[in-house]
Design a protein around this ligand. Structure first.
Ligand code: AMP
Ligand code: GLY
Length: 417
């Protein structure tokens, strides 16, 4: 059978790589894909992005299943377009994807259904927003409403920072800001597969959002991840299912927008083991997908066929017991102004324990060059977080492109645990 993956980042390379391992899958198309998916003989890039053009392609090629990687096509309604044409696609509808695309929608939803999260208020009026910050004090968190690729959030440690963020966001992103209480604790990514009624949990993971070692410097899309995340103890896991995932799926169904697709709850877990929802994403994380899929032993194609058939209740997943850890190699100047066009050499061949997933790469006249902020993710399995980290870093050190930046401390919390 033929499968189509929409997107072109590291998450989509990992999805395509894993789907291609299914005995039932002959070809995986990736739209638009990247330099890594271009080089893999099992994968084929197609230069399409428009939802209607993708649906035309899926019809013409008799694609058995389409899997959507990033949030933008989901928020643009690609699932609605495919379904209207009777094409099988895995992801949430445009209405359900508002859990990610609109912070105000997500916050109102969580409040309405009693899902633990930070207290918040939404403002369109700058003066009211400033007055709210004056009342609440710092630390406080200011978020732009709408997709801003991780750059729409300022965790302000002082009131001055919060005031500046409000003015900047209302002037640039526009519309509305959400201001919320600061949550203390350790973050984890909790991702599930939903068919509208039932849910299957994926392995837990933890991302490293800051550019610098020791979690310093500006936020990025994610500089590395590992799975499992020891902070999600069995007790925390049960609480997340009972207090967050269950009520979210029930609430969406009750609101008339049954949720299908990957659902990613970004959690903050406090010292008492109480989880709260920082955000929802309506997709897999990047780079969380790379480490999660590295550990998945079950057939991903079968899983997503069940999810689109509404038979997830019959599925049980098998996981590699080892730790998977991914180190992102980012471009010079990332995240503010990533440079493109640097030649990339020395990528080691994939093995059972190591895969270098591509993100911002392109094959130009047979030469691999960088084309985005996050360029590669060296992902390794190991018997401990430390061993997985060593293996991933060893691969990163073999690879060369000018200005490459990566963190040597990915997994530091798991190594400490
Ligand atoms: P978001 O885009 O909402 O996930 O926010 C990006 C990052 O900002 C999160 O991963 C957290 O590290 C941080 N953050 C967001 N909201 C809060 C909050 N209420 N309290 C503390 N940190 C937060
Ligand atoms: N790595 C964080 C995200 O995908 O949102």
């Amino acid at each position: 059978m033929k499968v189509l993956v929409i997107g072109g980042g590291g998450r989509e390379h990992a999805l395509a790589w894993k789907l291609a391992q299914s005995e039932r899958v002959q070809t995986v198309f990736v739209a638009p894909g990247n330099g890594g998916t271009a080089q893999d003989p099992a994968l084929r890039n197609v230069p399409l992005a428009d939802p209607a053009a993708l649906a035309d392609f899926a019809s013409a090629e008799k694609i058995a299943l389409t899997v959507v990687g990033p949030e933008a096509p989901l928020a643009a309604g690609v699932v609605d377009v495919f379904r209207a044409r009777g094409l099988r696609i895995f992801g949430p509808t445009r209405a359900a994807a508002q859990l990610e695309s609109s912070k105000a929608y997500a916050k109102a939803f969580m409040q309405r259904h009693g899902i633990p999260t930070a207290l918040y208020a939404a403002f369109t009026d700058a003066a009211l927003a400033h007055a709210h910050v004056d009342r609440q004090g710092a630390p406080i968190v200011v978020k732009a409403d709408g997709l801003a690729a991780g750059k729409g959030v300022v965790v302000a440690m002082t009131a001055e920072e919060a005031h500046a963020a409000i003015d900047h966001m209302l002037a640039t992103v526009g519309g509305r800001v959400v201001i919320e209480d600061f949550l203390e604790g350790e973050e984890a990514s909790f991702i599930v597969v939903c068919d509208g009624r039932s849910v299957v949990t994926l392995a837990t993971s933890q991302d490293h959002k800051r550019i610098g070692e020791g979690d310093t410097g500006p936020n990025t899309g994610g500089m590395g991840a590992y799975s499992p995340a020891p902070v999600v103890t069995p007790n925390v896991h049960a609480k997340v299912m009972h207090e967050i995932i269950g009520p979210t799926l029930a609430g969406m169904a009750k609101d008339g927008v049954p949720y299908t697709g990957f659902l990613y709850a970004g959690l903050m877990i406090d010292a008492q083991g109480q989880p709260r929802t920082v955000e929802f994403n309506c997709r897999l994380g990047d780079p969380e997908a790379q480490v999660i899929l590295m550990r998945l032993k079950s057939d991903l194609f079968e899983l997503l066929m069940h999810a689109t058939d509404g038979t997830l209740d019959t599925v049980e997943l098998q996981w590699d017991r080892r730790t998977a850890l991914g180190v992102v190699m980012a471009a010079h100047g990332y995240p503010a102004a990533p440079r493109a066009g640097d030649a990339i050499v020395g990528i080691p061949a994939g093995t059972a324990e190591l895969q270098v997933f591509h993100a911002g790469t392109v094959l130009r006249d047979g030469q691999l060059v960088s084309s985005g902020g996050r360029v590669l993710c060296a992902t390794a399995l190991g018997d401990s977080p430390r061993l997985a980290q060593q293996r991933a870093l060893e691969a990163a050190r073999q690879i060369h492109f000018d200005g490459a930046q990566w963190r040597n401390d990915i997994g530091h919390r798991a190594i400490k645990h």
